[in-house]
Design a protein around this ligand. Sequence first.
Ligand code: NDP
Length: 281
Amino acid sequence: MAIRIDGKELAAQCRAETAERVAALRARGITPGLAVVLVGDDPASQIYVRNKEKACAEVGIRSFPVLFPSGTTQEQLLETIDQLNANENVHGILVQLPLPKQIDKNAVLERILPQKDADGFHPIHAGRLLNGEDTVVPCTPRGVLRMLKSAGVPLRGKEAVVVGRSAIVGRPMAALLLREDCTVTICHSRTEDLAAHTRRADILVAACGQPQLITGEMVKPGAAVIDVGIHRVDGHLVGDVDAASVEPVAGWLSPVPGGVGPMTIAMLLQNTVEAAEHALS
Ligand code: NDP
């Protein structure tokens, strides 16, 4: 039976570490601040934003919610980003995705000053990460790596397979695992014979947005399986992994809920505090 990698418990530890760093900054007269920009009235996004604000408050980070109606123009949004870039009380900025279709997401993400980019989505960070340099790492892959390390999963020289190639999860995840000396394969919707790849994985990260796509017969016995997906199916939350069939085969498995989700928010807080620390140095 797989060892459960409890993201909820680890996230609580991470938040406690972050709260100490916030207290140290406050003692030096700096309160870290995170601006959370939301455009439109998508209910899921509203919940994410509220959760992020709540998590900030718990560790002593000041949040600056910026709410725009769905008809907002790109110029209005860019103007706000410029103001937040110039605001010295704001150390981190995140723009909740997805954005309405009249707005060019890349133009907005690239307008955020890289040193204030709490999500690490700026192409400068993506490039540095790919070069194996230290930089702001997107929250979800950063959380996944922390989960693997805290569980003591061996990484160096191991086969890692990432299912999904999005700019916010799959690609940075692969780059991070490469930085940890894994041998990395990235799979996607055009991959032929997905199972042939996943069965070779010592570390398997499922981030494909397909409910329970990864089943027990696709997993190498003893592998570490991290489930990034989150879906509501028949009133229940499930991931991209079919936990019931994978649990008897895998060596480690992260649950849904209580796995990657809480770690993503914990890493957002950490990125924000690090931005404030860098602003001081
Ligand atoms: P995207 O939809 O942006 O990307 C999904 C990726 O999976 C794409 O690269 C796609 O390939 C690939 N894919 C789709 N179907 C298959 C398939 N049948 N076989 C192999 N690959 C496939 O999703 P995200 O990366 O944003 O998110 C992935 C999942 O993680 C989602 O379930 C999302 O809800 C969840 N998520 C959870 C977070 C958390 O904090 N827990 C945070 C962020 C995301 P292609 O490129 O060819 O289209």
